[in-house]
Design a protein around this ligand. Structure first.
Ligand code: FES
Length: 130
């Protein structure tokens, strides 16, 4: 069996949503100290919907594929769904990642959560009440 699924290879070779949103409503950046990979996510949010999302990833192929898939999974979706996106959901949507590459999908989950934290810090009135 190939180490990487067709979907991982596709999103690595043709990543979706690469780039920067200049006037983003939320920006999140995370890194993994062990491998040194860095992921940055930009969100545009309108009426509690993620209307646009872009990423910049300086990292391995699995990190690029995870960023690409994660952005596809939250684009056009409610903020609540973006908040609850897990790395398992990203890895499953990619038809799996090798065990030693699971942390690459964790970066995508964390970067989105950081971007949403940034959004709520800028728009505290939007934060769901606990
Ligand atoms: Fe660290 Fe992929 S090897 S993010």
């Amino acid at each position: 069996m190939a180490l990487y699924s067709e979907k991982v290879m596709d999103h690595f070779r043709n990543p979706r949503n690469v780039g920067v949103i200049e006037d983003a409503d939320g920006v999140g950046e995370v890194g993994n100290a062990k491998c040194g990979d860095i992921m940055k996510i930009y969100l545009k949010i309108d009426d509690d919907i993620v209307t646009d999302v872009k990423f910049e990833t300086f990292g391995c192929g699995s990190a690029i594929a995870s960023s690409s898939m994660a952005t596809e999974l939250i684009k056009g979706r409610p903020v609540s769904e973006a908040l609850s996106l897990t790395n398992q959901a990203v890895a499953e949507a990619l038809d799996g990642l090798p065990p030693h590459k699971i942390h690459c999908s964790v970066l995508a989950e964390e970067a989105i959560k950081n971007a949403l934290d940034d959004y709520y810090a800028k728009h505290p009135e939007k934060k769901p009440q606990a």
